[in-house]
Ligand binder design. Structure first.
Ligand code: ADP
Length: 532
């Protein structure tokens, strides 16, 4: 390149050009060689720079120069831009053409213009450009030249758009939740808030929230100190939750659950507070109702316990006091029969037998009832009971019935448990006794076992007897409830009621399972811990 070609200096506005030398300042003069070197450096820069650099001669209305980057950014060569001065305008996306409206006036007034718009690349793709136009006016104020830079900002734009989209999505979610959210800075001023927070503030605090407001101003004087303390505490890094009650002008109450936590930057310094508000009035009202119900229930339970105690005392007194007269009736009937037997006719003797049978039955009912009402507490004996020994003793007591019915009774290793020994013996005796008594056509086969659970032991007594219809599963545990008459199976209907009482006094439960046809399995639990 020759020095005489230095007509146009791409980096200097037209009025600063001088042929053969550049005036840098008053004192600095450069030689032609230095100038050639500088120009060639500039030319390398001009051809390699990523942005499109261009200059337009506005007097002759032609493109003076265009850097090579236009090929990459627009897909058109510098020659194509030089040949058609309007090419860059034609390439602007139709929807963005309006962006450059008004540029001419500004440039004519000597003002630099910056625009962002989309262009259609030669290959059809859409790219985002930021164009900067710098005008040069002559002494008369006429526009003589425009120098410009076009930068491809597609990636920034796409990132910005996706950020805007995700912000908009987040905003939509936040505005549609039931919770109010406020972001508050360290000076307790509102940074932003969602729609629900606005509703809460307007409806219940009677405040129209705005960014920059001091949040403490929203609260009634008697609340300010407490709220400020909570927020300052959260700013120290302590997450905290509160329930706040607001009395409304119509005397109704609104309850809020407030959660505060500090938001930290990556160095761990808290730079803002998140405040979330949920209205919990309904839950609070339900809780209140539940509490009232609980109190009423507790009162009722205490009343029931009292009346139960009273009934038990009554049953005890009644059965205890009835024993004597029944015994008397029964023994005098015996005397009557023995002493006057020869004077009585057959029918009179039959009547006496009926009366004696009735008295006997009354005796066993009374004695079972007495038994039942005597079981009121578990003997607080903290020694462990070996149930293997206890069941062995029980089987010994039941050996006559067992032998008569040719029963096979087996039990697997049973645990040791805290409990009342005589009551537990009675429990096993009643259940095994029933398993023998309610046998079917074949000889009884009875299995006794236990399963260890987390907090208690579960026992079972399984038989192959007559079974129990599921409709009667609950009924059989009620006092005097029987499923058969005395002629079929003897009994008073107190055995299982006594079992139930014993198990419950030990803190467990009892139930039965049966297909209703053959076999029943009675289960009961006893807690492992001695909490009786
Ligand atoms: P009782 O044996 O004196 O009638 P229980 O309270 O022991 O009184 O039993 C109540 C009823 O439950 C019995 O009348 C009987 O019908 C039924 N039952 C109890 N155990 C069994 C069993 N193992 N198999 C079938 N039925 C039973």
């Amino acid at each position: 390149m020759k020095t005489s070609d230095l007509e146009i200096n791409p980096l200097l506005p037209a009025d600063k050009k001088e042929k053969g030398s550049i005036s840098l300042s008053e004192d600095v003069r450069v030689t032609n060689e230095q100038l050639i070197k500088a120009y060639s450096d500039l030319e390398i820069f001009f051809e390699n720079v990523e942005e499109v650099l261009f200059s337009i001669d506005m007097v002759n209305f032609k493109v003076i120069q265009m850097s090579a980057a236009c090929k990459k950014i627009y897909g058109y060569s510098p020659g194509e831009f030089i040949a058609d001065i309007k090419l860059w305008i034609k390439l602007i996306h139709p929807e963005d053409k309006n962006v450059i409206e008004g540029n001419d006036e500004k440039l004519a007034a000597g003002k630099t213009v910056i625009n962002q718009y989309r262009i259609v690349h030669k290959n059809g793709s859409i790219r985002w450009i930021e164009g900067k136009l710098i005008p040069t006016l002559d002494k008369k104020g006429l526009l003589t030249r425009i120098d410009g830079i076009g930068k491809d900002i597609t990636e920034n734009k796409l990132a910005e758009k996706s950020l805007q989209r995700s912000e908009a999505n987040l905003r939509t979610i936040l505005d549609n939740t039931d919770a109010g959210y406020l972001l508050i800075d360290v000076d307790l001023k509102i940074i932003s808030f969602n729609e629900r927070a606005r509703i809460f503030a307007e409806r219940d605090l009677h405040q129209k929230p705005a960014e920059g407001d001091y949040i403490i101003d929203y609260f009634v004087p008697e609340r300010k100190v407490a709220i400020k303390t909570m927020m300052e505490d959260a700013l120290l890094g302590n997450n905290n939750s509160y329930e706040l009650k607001y009395l409304q002008p119509d005397n109704s109450t609104i309850w809020y659950h407030i959660h505060l936590f500090g938001i930290s930057n990556k160095d761990g310094d808290i730079f803002a507070l998140s405040l979330s508000v949920n209205e919990i009035t309904e839950r609070k009202l339900a809780e209140d109702k539940l509490n009232r119900l609980n109190t009423a229930l507790e009162k009722r339970a205490a009343e029931l316990a009292d009346s139960n105690d009273e009934l038990e005392r009554f049953a005890y007194v009644a059965s205890h006091d009835l024993q004597e007269p029944v015994r008397m009736v029964s023994s005098f009937l015996g005397l009557l029969k023995n002493k006057y037997n020869h004077q009585l006719d057959k029918e009179a003797r039959r009547y006496i037998d009926f009366a004696a049978g009735g008295a006997e039955r009354m005796k066993s009912l009374i004695s079972d009832l007495l038994e039942f009402s005597r079981i009121t507490t578990v003997k607080k004996d903290h020694t462990l009971i070996n149930l293997n020994e206890l069941v062995n003793k029980t089987l010994h007591i039941l050996r006559i019935q067992s032998e008569e019915s040719q029963a096979t009774i087996t039990f697997t290793k049973l645990p040791e448990l805290p409990g009342d020994e005589s009551q537990l013996m009675q429990l096993f005796q009643n259940l095994i006794g029933n398993a023998i008594k309610y046998r079917g056509n074949s000889a009884p086969v009875i299995t006794i076992g236990s399963v260890e659970k987390d907090h208690d032991w579960e026992f079972f007594i399984n038989d192959n007897g007559i079974g129990i219809a599921p409709d009667h599963f609950d009924k059989i545990f009620v006092i005097f409830q029987r499923l058969h008459n005395r002629n079929e199976y003897s009994g008073t209907g107190m055995g299982l009621a006594i079992c139930k009482k014993i198990v419950e006094l030990h803190g467990g439960k009892i139930w039965v399972e049966s297909s209703g046809e053959t076999g029943s399995c009675f289960y009961f639990t006893i807690p492992k811990l001695n909490n009786i």
